[in-house]
Design a protein around this ligand. Sequence first.
Ligand SMILES: [Zn+2]
Length: 80
Amino acid sequence: MTGALTERQEFLEGGLTELVCERCAAVVRVRKSSPQQTSVQWSTAAVRQCATDLGALVPTCPGLRASIDRAVRAGRLDVP
Ligand SMILES: [Zn+2]
């Protein structure tokens, strides 16, 4: 399920913003609850495509973290 990539799509529910991992091109939904705190909503496809540690409770990808930082700096991700 890799649909066309949209620029940015905001979800009213929970204020989640769709973000593409620059390393793996996986699409996740991200929400900053504070400058330090980031919530990432993973789809099953994104976990398979992007997460580097499939056994972890919380999926992680170094590329995604960098992508989130970049999105914040570029103002593409709302930070309260
Ligand atoms: Zn990734």
